[in-house]
Design a protein around this ligand. Structure first.
Ligand code: NI
Length: 401
């Protein structure tokens, strides 16, 4: 391992057992979005013990912020860098047989947000110890409900980007697709926007043997599902990524009864605002056109969800340099953009920042199951890599490098 700052690596090694213990405690006590009451209490307790300043709790229900003020000098004096972690778990029954298995039935940290929370607490601890090495202020932010409906936006609406005003933002996610010991980071769009829609086709039900006296919403829905794909395959530039997935198609009960209605639910992924608006407009036009041509009425409800997660080039360069220092250039990867979404995007819409990935996959230990799987678990060495990179990136940011 190439480590320019051996002292940082030693400091991380020293706190790592505590970070692992925190992660396991959080893993045992997962809470769903906006219900992270015990998690937030745990976080606030740790922050108070560290002696960080201005701990604020109950922001957007369970969100928490606190400040670490650097005492050093440098070009970053007067600037504030936000570092964000998410705290929520998923409605999944854990299938791992480990000491730290979830104690809450049907709830599990299956995405690694326990890791993110523990890493930010570890990062806070090191930044407190190393306050004299940077100027400026770090705003630590622990947010609820990343898995939905989203805690970042309500925290921003509650004013977390002010007082002190935030100039830039960093966040990370452990990545089970990436080998342990790697950091993945890319400038520009890193994760997709997540939008979606619901269609209710209102036909006219009747006997399955007398289609002539009905308007069949199943046949109409089937036409719509197939036609929607042409918005991607025939109308979208092939080098511009987009996904339309109809994940639910509900209609009818019996083989010989044509129902009155059918409902489709779909998710739509893309990478920029213009594309989001174009897709919404074209999908609606197609749905309405087909339903109308086939004599049905239609309710169409489109929902714009998380925006795309877009990394600022200068902030990305800082993270890349920090990662190179931490894991070595050959272990700094530039992964393809991901069609999944993240509400870190709301922070990156407002301030320049970077969201990066910390490899956590270790096949030698059977730690290969993906995010949101009931057997998801990761190699905890990734916690140290994430903290080292975050601390190094923070110091570089304030040093103006
Ligand atoms: Ni996640």
């Amino acid at each position: 391992m190439v480590v320019a700052d051996a002292r940082l690596r030693d400091a991380v090694d020293e706190i790592l057992p505590g970070v692992v213990a925190d992660r396991r405690h959080l893993h045992e006590h997962p809470e769903l979005g906006f219900q992270e009451v015990e998690t937030a209490r745990f976080v606030a307790g740790r922050l108070a013990a560290l002696g960080v300043e201005d701990v604020r709790t109950g922001i957007a229900k369970t969100g928490t912020t606190a400040l670490v003020r650097g005492t050093g000098d440098g070009p970053g004096a007067g600037k504030t860098l936000l570092i964000r972690a998410d705290m929520d778990a998923l409605p999944i029954q854990e299938e791992n047989e480990v000491d730290y298995r979830s104690k809450h039935d049907g709830v599990m940290h299956a995405c690694g947000h326990d890791a993110h929370t523990a890493m930010l607490l570890g990062t806070a601890r090191l930044l407190m110890e190393r306050r004299d090495r940077f100027a400026g202020t770090v705003k630590l932010l622990f947010q609820p409900a990343e898995e939905g409906p989203g805690g970042a936006k309500p925290m921003i609406d509650a004013g977390v980007l002010d007082d002190p005003k935030v100039d830039a933002a960093l966040g990370l996610h452990i990545a089970q697709e990436q080998p342990l010991g790697t950091i993945g980071v890319r400038p520009g769009p890193a994760m997709a926007a997540s939008d979606g829609f619901t269609v209710t086709i209102r036909g006219k039900g009747g006997h399955g043997a007398r289609p002539q006296s009905t308007v069949d919403p199943v046949a109409i829905g089937a036409q719509i599902v197939v036609a929607l794909q042409t918005v991607v395959s025939r109308e979208t530039n092939p080098i511009t990524p987009a996904v339309v997935t109809v994940g639910a198609f509900r209609a009818g009960q019996a083989a010989n009864v044509i129902p009155d209605t059918a409902e489709l639910r779909a998710t739509v992924r893309s990478f920029d605002q213009g594309e989001r608006e174009r897709l919404a407009e074209r999908l609606e036009a197609l749905v309405r056109g087909i339903a109308t041509a086939m004599r049905a009425e239609v309710d169409f409800a489109y929902r714009f969800g998380y925006p795309p997660t877009v990394n600022d080039p200068a902030m990305t360069a800082i993270v890349r340099a920090a990662a190179t220092e931490t894991v070595g250039a050959e272990r700094v990867l530039e992964p393809d953009p991901i069609m999944g979404a993240e509400d870190m995007s709301y922070f990156l819409e407002r301030v320049p920042g970077c969201f990066f990935f910390v490899g956590s996959r270790n096949p030698d230990r059977g730690l290969v199951w993906g995010h949101h799987h009931p057997r998801f678990d990761f190699d905890e060495e990734a916690l140290g890599t994430g903290i080292s990179t975050m601390v190094a990136a923070t110091e570089r940011y304030f040093a103006g490098a």
